[in-house]
Design a protein around this ligand. Structure first.
Ligand SMILES: CC(C)(COP(=O)(O)OP(=O)(O)OC[C@H]1O[C@@H](n2cnc3c(N)ncnc32)[C@H](O)[C@@H]1OP(=O)(O)O)[C@@H](O)C(=O)NCCC(=O)NCCS
Length: 266
């Protein structure tokens, strides 16, 4: 593909309005990011913006690590204005993002809803469809997992995909299913959300993820369990004494202005 003379640079906080506007225009295709999240990504240097004739035309937002691995990167959003599409700006932006990744990065991935044209874009720029998962319930979508290997001359590595994901807009644990060789990404049907992650990992998902379902989900449950607090003590001293009396069946006492339980006898 011929690269046109686009100007592509790291986006700054001054580009926030354009980026936020564009993600909203393509709300059905790209996952929504809150303004604070966009701003944080701009500050971290995760967003590249492209200009044609001095006018902003699109951006790509990605991260240099994914699934806790610094060798894996991800593109969260790629967006080009309607009137600038099909002129290789999207391709230019993704290449620039990939070029900015450290030399030890081996894979770049992205999730894309199965029913949108952007899948043809990822296919055209050498990403491979590897796996899929259930998308949001309301639209009954399927998400396709695309990946491109990078820096293979520095050490070959295989394609790989997570056995489950816990994030995304759904904030739910979802099993990721392998796209069997020869199966087309546009032919897979929406899987049930609750399949056994261990079985899937053994079928070809990353073995590092075999101890899931969903580390993040498990941590969340642990957090909920460990943050069950005692009720707060009332501020008013009389109320406090009453509280202790109820709690300790009449063994409450005010000592030096503070409510204390009496030691239990026997
Ligand atoms: C996907 C998107 C970023 C691509 O940007 P773009 O600048 O239009 O794409 P490019 O011109 O760089 O396309 C490169 C190649 O990808 C393929 N391609 C891109 N868009 C395509 C489409 N709609 N249908 C089929 N092939 C497409 C073509 O092979 C194209 O080369 P060609 O035009 O010479 O045939 C842009 O269409 C977009 O912003 N879409 C809406 C938001 C979106 O869907 N984002 C991705 C979410 S995962």
């Amino acid at each position: 593909m011929d690269a046109r003379p686009f100007e592509v640079r790291l986006a700054t906080a001054a580009d926030l309005t354009f980026i936020d506007h564009l993600q909203k225009r393509h709300g059905d295709q790209v996952g929504f990011l809150a303004t604070d999240t966009l701003r944080a990504n701009l500050l971290k240097g995760n967003v590249w913006i492209g200009f044609e004739n001095g006018q902003p035309g699109g951006y790509v937002l990605g991260k240099p690590w994914y699934r806790g691995k610094e060798t894996d990167a991800i593109v969260f959003q790629a967006c080009v204005q309607f009137d600038a599409q099909r002129r290789q700006l999207g391709w230019c932006l993704v290449e620039r993002f990939l070029g900015s990744l450290p030399a030890y990065t081996r894979r770049c991935s992205c999730w894309c809803a199965q029913d949108i044209e952007a899948n043809f874009f990822w296919q055209a720029i050498d990403f491979l469809p590897l796996a899929y998962r259930a998308g949001g319930h309301s639209k009954g979508r399927v998400h396709i997992y695309w990946q491109r290997l990078l820096n293979q001359e520095a050490g070959a590595c295989d394609n790989s995909y997570p056995s489950s994901t816990a994030g995304g807009a759904m904030k739910a644990c979802r099993t990721v299913h392998r796209l069997e060789p020869g199966h087309r990404w546009d032919a897979v049907v929406r899987p049930a959300d609750t399949a056994d992650v261990r079985t899937n990992a053994m079928e070809g998902g990353s073995q590092e993820d075999v101890n899931l379902p969903c580390r993040r989900e498990r941590k969340r449950v642990q957090r909920v369990v460990t943050t069950v607090h005692e009720p707060r003590l009332p501020k008013d001293m009389a109320e406090r004494a009453k509280w202790f009396q109820q709690k300790h069946l009449g063994h409450g006492l005010i000592v030096a202005g503070r409510a204390r339980p009496l030691p239990r006898i026997g």
